[in-house]
Design a protein around this ligand. Structure first.
Ligand SMILES: O=P(O)(O)OP(=O)(O)OP(=O)(O)OC[C@H]1O[C@@H](n2cnc3c(O)ncnc32)[C@H](O)[C@@H]1O
Ligand SMILES: [Mg+2]
Length: 212
């Protein structure tokens, strides 16, 4: 028997204010016939991400939405962790793009490249990075289930492609010659950090209970 709590539906809050993420989460949930409503659509406040780990931030976002709305909520805390930068920007990936008037990912990607070149003494050297995703499913009684996924790759410069969102144009996953920015959504979903975490969530909380 699995010790995970199962989601019995029918409705789930997607506890994110990031449109690109909400689109991907809806794609990944589509085969399970779950009705979704996003935190933005419900006008839920965006909690401050005070955690020091992806897990802590995912849990606080999901709990805030689930307890405010009285429905199970699914959050995602994710980011780009660059080996040569000791894992930066990491949990600060969104904050590196903040301008005070919104987000500028062109500027955030430029900062990653500049910092990496400073460490490597130029454009070559160690350009390894990974995307990390912590997914939390929380219930209104404060029960949480959290799963973490990742995908390793290499940073390219300049960025390529206009698909996806955030740092996708500069991330070329290992074993591929296209960046996430150049891949179709289905190709990204086959290998992404989000899809990795999702596969674990689905198996633990959405699978057939008779099979566990
Ligand atoms: O907190 P919510 O409301 O979900 O939305 P957010 O955009 O603030 O999300 P995070 O706090 O988790 O920050 C994640 C950052 O990492 C970036 N990121 C995460 N997953 C990504 C992906 O699949 N492709 C590109 N960038 C990604 C993303 O653009 C954000 O800047
Ligand atoms: Mg955020």
């Amino acid at each position: 028997m699995s010790s995970h709590r199962r989601f019995t539906g029918p409705k789930i809050i997607v506890a994110s204010h990031n449109e690109g993420k909400v689109r991907e989460i809806r794609d990944l949930l589509a085969p399970f016939g779950v009705e979704t409503v996003s935190a933005a659509e419900l006008d839920l406040p965006e909690p401050e991400e005070t955690g020091t780990t992806f897990r802590a931030n995912a849990e606080l976002k999901a709990l805030a939405a689930a307890t405010a709305a009285g429905l199970p909520a699914l959050s995602d805390d994710s980011g780009l962790a660059v080996d040569g930068l000791d894992g930066a920007p990491g949990i600060y990936s969104a904050r590196w793009a903040e301008t005070g008037e919104g987000r500028d990912f062109a500027a955030a990607m430029q900062r990653v490249e500049k910092d990496l070149c400073a460490v490597n003494g130029g454009p070559n050297g160690n350009r390894a990075a990974k995307f990390v995703c912590a997914l939390t499913l929380a219930w209104p009684d404060s029960h949480v289930e959290t799963f973490q996924g990742e995908v390793t790759g290499t940073l390219v410069w300049p960025g390529r492609g206009t698909q996806g969102f955030g740092y996708d144009p500069i991330f070329e996953p290992d074993g591929h010659r296209l960046t996430f920015g150049e891949m179709d959504p289905a190709a990204k979903h086959a290998i992404s950090h989000r899809a990795d975490a999702f596969a674990q969530l689905i198996e633990a909380c959405f699978g057939d209970p008779a099979a566990s």
